[in-house]
Design a protein around this ligand. Structure first.
Ligand SMILES: NC(=O)c1ccc[n+]([C@@H]2O[C@H](COP(=O)([O-])OP(=O)(O)OC[C@H]3O[C@@H](n4cnc5c(N)ncnc54)[C@H](OP(=O)(O)O)[C@@H]3O)[C@@H](O)[C@H]2O)c1
Length: 260
């Protein structure tokens, strides 16, 4: 097999939730550069999505769809818009996510609902809605791919005050394994990527504070935050032919933090 067949995405259609910024955008850029036919990016902010799509491709291969995945209707809208445009979907990346930190003694109940809805229920129902399209793509040699973006926060015991966040990420890792088992006979794989620290809006409170940033970097064995190539490379490896025989895995991309 040629190298570009092994690690390329020619002819593939992908959907990346939250693909307009942060980690989602890093993966969208990687997929466009790997030759994907179409990369749909979906989240709430249409302006951000349109700008990202224009910056990532000048040939219309990156396509924005505005959808609020915190609601049942928003998920249904994304499923129906994508189903109206595509007969099959090769790669689904459930990446949209939110965090909420507060002391345990003062932890708002609405934070549980917000975080669990977006980080866990949305991937569940979006995947369920898109199963018919994924099934049409998958073959024994080249299965359709589901990639859930978890977090090492779902594995470590240090909560950092983000209780529902860590629990939702632990749960999405477990959901990934359940999906892998359930969907294997339908030629669909499911894997999770568990990022460590990456620069994005979610980690801006650390990256914008020089002292906090230095302290955080000191906890990472490889001594730096993640980069776009780190996350895009891992997602590409799972999405391309290279990842065809991997399912049910949770892959840390964290500079060694998990083993520290
Ligand atoms: N950065 C890190 O260090 C790190 C570490 C581990 C895991 N992660 C995970 O990586 C994923 C991406 O996070 P990020 O770091 O790139 O943070 P980010 O820049 O804050 O991105 C969050 C993304 O989620 C989308 N989103 C938020 N609410 C949404 C909603 N209701 N419906 C649809 N989309 C929604 C946002 O787009 P809109 O605002 O347009 O809706 C945005 O694209 C998350 O699952 C996060 O938990 C990040």
């Amino acid at each position: 097999m040629e190298l570009n067949e092994l690690f390329g995405l020619a002819g593939k259609t992908a959907l990346i939730t939250g693909g307009g910024r942060g980690i989602g955008r890093m993966m969208a850029e990687g997929f466009i550069r790997a030759g994907a036919s179409k990369v749909y990016i979906a989240s709430r902010n249409q302006t951000v999505l349109e700008q990202a799509a224009a910056e990532l491709s000048d040939d219309g291969r990156c396509i924005p769809i505005a959808a609020d995945l915190s609601t049942h209707d928003g998920i249904a809208k994304l499923v129906s818009e994508l189903s109206a445009r595509e007969e099959k979907l090769d790669i689904l990346i459930n990446n949209s996510g939110a965090a909420w930190g507060a002391p345990m003694t003062d932890f708002p109940e609405k934070a549980w609902d917000k975080v669990f809805q977006l980080n866990l229920k949305a991937p569940f129902y979006l995947t369920a809605g898109l199963l018919p399209l994924l099934e049409k793509s998958g073959t024994a040699d080249d299965p359709a791919r589901i990639i859930n973006i978890g977090s090492i926060a779902g594995e470590v015991s240090n909560s950092l005050g983000a209780y529902p966040y860590g629990l939702s990420k632990g749960a999405i890792h477990q959901l990934t394994k359940m999906m892998a088992k359930e969907f294997a006979s339908r030629h669909i794989t499911a894997n999770a990527i568990a990022p460590g620290r990456f620069p994005s809006k979610m980690t801006k409170n650390i990256t914008s504070d020089e002292e906090a940033f230095k302290k955080e970097v000191a906890t990472i064995p490889l001594g730096r935050f993640g980069r776009d190539s780190d996350i895009a490379g891992t997602a590409l490896f799972l999405a391309a032919r290279s990842g065809a025989f991997i399912t049910g895995a949770v892959i840390p991309v964290d500079g060694g933090s998990l083993n520290d």
